[in-house]
Ligand binder design. Structure first.
Ligand code: CAA
Length: 252
């Protein structure tokens, strides 16, 4: 069985499921490799408009595979394929976090655009307990997401943060009782029904803009706004509003 499963739960929606439940979905080379090759393929697929990244019942991912890392040298780590494939994905990406999202698992979730969690979800950057520094955004994306002090609390203690605290911090958008996959898919279907070029432009404006000065970011937003206005989907969206009917969007 593959370490990552690709499913198509609805029209225009793909779901990538990390599938090493016996190892709490620890992120080994195979998982990283499949994610890094599948996401660019889904990015190129015009039929796909939104993707859900999920794990299994007990874990989204309990971090880098510590056993695999135990034999690696610094040079091996430098040569290792990174997780930038997730952050580079241009379409909306939703993390469905059931159970543990630790270390690299929390960082994978943070590279997505929306995080939905179940009530058993636990987030943590426990690298410090192993003598490690987080390596895929824990010291950078986490403070941008939850503020310096919540982030410092997590990266300096390695403590587990439960779903309601993650919701309070703003790391998570919704907490679902039981399994959150269905809710994440529901949101993905909602996004996939919207103009796909526009959702990509919005994602780019939010992500690229957050690293710019406000003035530069507002200029980027203006250009994205103007570009979206050139699409057929804008005409359709406006016509659909006036005619009081749902819009049909084709990404043109
Ligand atoms: N790597 C490799 N195997 C892991 C793992 C990991 N990150 N997390 C869990 N597993 C394995 C366990 O070794 C165990 O395997 P065996 O049955 O073969 O012994 C199996 O998954 C189940 O785990 P536990 O028995 O430990 O389950 P538990 O419910 O008692 O505890 C847990 C759950 C608290 C998540 C605990 O497993 C744990 O602390 N895991 C490690 C978490 C961690 O430190 N992650 C950060 C890794 S470093 C990183 O991610 C940074 C980076 O990118 C460089």
């Amino acid at each position: 069985m593959s370490a990552v499963l690709l499913e198509y739960p609805a029209k225009h929606v793909a779901l990538l499921r990390i599938n090493r439940p016996d190892a709490l979905n620890a992120l080994n080379a195979e998982v990283r490799e499949i994610i890094n090759t599948t996401l660019p393929m889904l990015d190129q697929d015009p039929e796909i408009r939104c993707v859900v990244l999920a794990g299994s019942e007990k874990a989204f991912a309990a971090g880098a595979d510590i056993k695999e890392r135990s034999t690696m040298s610094a040079v091996d780590v430098m040569k290792m394929s990174t997780t930038r494939g997730i952050a580079a994905f241009s379409k909306p990406l939703i993390a469905a976090v059931n159970g543990f999202a630790l270390g690299g698992g929390c960082e994978y979730a943070m590279q997505c655009d929306i995080i939905i969690a179940n009530d058993k979800a636990r987030f943590s950057q426990p690298e410090v307990k192993l003598g490690l520094v987080p390596g895929a955004g824990g010291t950078q994306r986490l403070p941008r997401a939850v503020g310096k002090y919540n982030a410092m609390y997590m990266v300096l203690t390695g403590r587990l943060v439960n779903a309601s605290d993650a919701l309070r911090m703003g790391l998570v958008c919704e907490v679902v009782l039981g399994n959150c996959d269905a809710r994440a898919i529901e949101i993905a279907i909602e996004i996939a029904a919207l103009p796909p070029l526009t959702t990509r432009l919005i994602k780019e404006a939010v992500n690229a803009g957050s690293d710019m000065s406000l003035d530069a970011a507002l200029r980027l937003e203006t250009r994205a706004h103007q570009l979206a206005f050139a699409t057929d989907d804008v005409r359709e969206g406006i016509a659909a509003f006036i005619e009081k009917r749902p819009g049909q969007f084709y990404g043109r």
